[in-house]
Design a protein around this ligand. Structure first.
Ligand SMILES: Nc1ncnc2c1ncn2[C@@H]1O[C@H](COP(=O)(O)OP(=O)(O)OP(=O)(O)O)[C@@H](O)[C@H]1O
Ligand SMILES: [Mg+2]
Length: 151
């Protein structure tokens, strides 16, 4: 486990860029945090770090957006809309077992479908400072512990 203090949105993007240097194909990152915590902002930084030039848009209504113009494919998922229904049979395993990096916002709504190994990042907003975030990185699986050790 690793705890970090992130002072503004730029630093959150920088953290994403750093993670991008550590991830491999097939890796799964779960982003846990309230509305506006900075999950999509982090993903934008990760995408930049992967060399993705396309603009990252929140996939709230599409559930999954795929970006294939970087050094690894990025599958950006937002499961917010599945709060009531769960994932059912939307074929998430194909993404988890695929050749890209999966980044998942609101993964708690599909927790029955998640792989057993992943890196989870918790983002907590500061009550007083609008731009400050407390980030905790937690590994489920050795390969993810290595990533955390290198951050
Ligand atoms: N330290 C910070 N880290 C990340 N975002 C920050 C920070 N400080 C301010 N912000 C701002 O907070 C907002 C975070 O929005 P973002 O879409 O990334 O959140 P989210 O967690 O993806 O929310 P949602 O659950 O609605 O998808 C952005 O407008 C960003 O500029
Ligand atoms: Mg978002």
């Amino acid at each position: 486990m690793k705890e970090l203090i992130i002072n503004n949105a730029e630093e959150m993007m920088e953290l994403g860029k750093k993670l991008a240097q550590q991830v491999c194909s097939g890796d799964v990152l779960l982003l846990d945090g309230d509305l506006g915590a900075g999950k999509t902002t982090f993903t934008k930084g990760l995408a930049l770090g992967l060399g993705i030039k396309r603009n990252i848009k929140s996939p709230t209504f599409t559930l999954i957006r795929e970006y294939r113009d970087g050094k690894l494919p990025l599958y950006h998922m937002d499961m917010y809309r599945l709060e009531e229904t769960g994932a059912g049979d939307i074929g998430l395993d194909d993404y988890f077992n695929g050749d890209g990096v999966c980044v998942i916002e609101w993964s708690q709504f599909i927790d029955d479908e998640l792989p057993s190994q992943y890196l989870i990042m918790h983002i907590l907003k500061d009550e007083n400072d609008f731009d400050k975030r407390y980030v905790t990185l937690e590994a489920r699986g050795d390969q993810y512990q290595k990533i955390i050790d290198n951050i």
